[in-house]
Write a protein that binds this ligand. Structure first.
Ligand code: HEC
Length: 171
């Protein structure tokens, strides 16, 4: 007796669960039918990002202006036909990494020596290229710019050469 009573009780519980499940499902289905879950979400209330307040670029420093003028001059005077800024050897040695670098030069009497490419060396190389010939290059190829470039021009070109840092190629 006791056993069958328990059985009925379990049966009732299971039946109740099944009913609850079915009605639950049905109810859920009905809800879904009335209120599609796939309703597009309302447009996000995000504001288009405000453009950052116009940033004033810092005015170029005096050095930057000098370098820019030097680059302009080197191109307009024609130096860049023979001197590259990227390490390529053209008619003359590249200017990349030249400044502050040791350069092997040949003096007019044939003596070979080494100099550091500082302001004085660059100035002399521009005004009087044959005073020291860069080893491996020919003399008398580079025009003499004495009297053609002002002191300011030369300073600007030197500043530009100085700005071309990097690995200096001797090739
Ligand atoms: C027709 C080609 C030519 C032009 C144009 C030319 N150069 Fe040169 N330059 C050379 C050659 C070749 C050498 C290497 C031989 C020597 O020292 O004279 C040289 C060497 C130099 C050097 C020494 C470089 C080193 O590695 O030791 C400097 C600095 C230089 N030139 C600057 C200039 C400037 C600045 C201009 C323009 C105002 C210029 N050159 C125009 C051909 C040229």
């Amino acid at each position: 007796m006791l056993v069958s009573h328990r059985c009925r009780m379990w049966y009732g519980i299971v039946l109740a669960c099944v009913l609850a499940f079915v009605t639950g499902c049905g109810g859920g289905g009905g809800e879904r039918a009335q209120q599609p879950a796939s309703q597009p979400s309302p447009p996000a209330s995000e504001q288009p990002a405000q453009p950052p307040a116009a940033e004033q670029p810092a005015p170029p420093s005096e050095e930057e202006q000098l370098v820019a003028r030097g680059q302009f001059l080197a191109t307009s005077v024609g130096c860049t036909a023979c001197h590259s800024a990227d390490g390529t050897t053209l008619v003359g040695p590249t200017w990349k990494g030249l400044y502050g670098h040791e350069v092997e030069v040949v003096l007019p009497d044939g003596t070979e020596t080494k100099v550091i490419a500082d302001d004085a060396y660059l100035r002399e190389s521009i005004l009087n290229p044959n005073a020291k010939i860069t080893k491996g290059f020919q003399a008398n190829l580079m025009p003499v710019y004495e009297g053609q470039l002002s002191d300011d021009d030369i300073q600007a070109i030197i500043a530009y050469i100085k700005s071309l840092q990097g690995e200096h190629s001797h090739e």
